[in-house]
Design a protein around this ligand. Structure first.
Ligand code: ADP
Ligand code: MG
Length: 243
């Protein structure tokens, strides 16, 4: 499988405060990568740079599917290939679930409405909420809303899905239903980068786990490498605190 995302010497500062100190990372097509690490270590910033929701230093380089990530005309192509799922769902509250999922394909890809609707219904069935299609987001549970957000991201047929702590805002009883949808997705060959505190999910689903601290990748490896035989003391102390 080829490289889908290439990140070279990624540096990012907020003003004079350096948040990422030179990240090198390649993600292969079909790979599922989980990013773990303490709060403030730069996990969100890293994945937000991939579709340029955050700008980054001029000497850094990111490519997605061979397209250079930089401000300008090509950015729309990058964003069409990169789906994003946030902690806080970010659904449009005044649109039905169905409209939420149909919107981007119609607006961005010029999909025919009937085709977009059929596909949206199919995706809602895939995430287990076909019967909620005519409701508004506010009428759904958090777990259901997050499943809508996943369906909405999938509607654009992205090459990669980025998840930023998708279960952190959910009541505990709803975490499982969202993780189940993500596990199923991972099994279909979609490339996924998942920032998560769900260590069980990372161990079970990730091809590779990346541990970040202080704006750097401290170590990365298979789930067994990271969870059973971590090489760095910082990784060990983080895992002791969260497991
Ligand atoms: P994580 O997702 O691992 O918790 P973040 O990427 O959100 O970490 O943040 C990394 C660091 O950058 C933190 O110290 C955070 O306070 C800082 N930071 C994040 N966003 C901003 C911002 N918009 N302005 C200034 N500092 C920020
Ligand atoms: Mg974060």
């Amino acid at each position: 499988m080829g490289t889908l995302i290439s990140i070279r010497d990624l540096r990012k500062s907020y003003g004079t405060f350096a948040v990422l100190h030179g990240i090198d990372l390649d993600i292969a097509e079909g790979e599922v990568v989980c990013v773990i690490g303490p709060s403030g270590s730069g996990k969100s910033t890293l994945i937000r740079c991939i579709n340029h929701l955050e700008g980054f230093s001029a000497e850094s380089a990111i490519t997605v599917d061979g397209i250079k990530v930089q401000p300008g005309a090509a950015l729309a192509r990058v964003r069409a290939e990169v789906g994003m799922v946030f902690q806080s769902f970010n659904l449009f509250p005044h649109m039905t679930v169905l409209r939420n999922v149909m919107l981007a394909p119609i607006r961005v890809r010029n999909a025919a409405p009937a085709e977009a609707e059929a596909k949206a219904r199919d995706l809602l069935a895939r995430v287990g909420i076909a019967e909620q299609a005519e409701k508004y987001p506010g009428q759904l549970s958090g777990g259901q809303q997050q499943r809508v957000a996943i369906a909405r991201a999938l509607a654009m047929e992205p090459k990669v899905l980025l998840f930023d702590e998708p279960t952190s805002a959910l009541d505990p009883e709803m975490v499982g239903e969202v993780l189940d949808v993500m596990k199923k997705l991972a099994g279909t060959g979609v490339t996924m980068v998942v920032v998560t505190h769900e260590m069980g999910f990372a161990r079970q689903v990730a091809d590779r786990v990346i541990f970040m601290d202080g704006g750097r990748i401290v170590e990365s490896g298979t789930p067994a490498d990271i969870f059973d035989t971590p090489r760095h003391e910082r990784t060990r102390s983080f895992l002791r605190a969260v497991l």
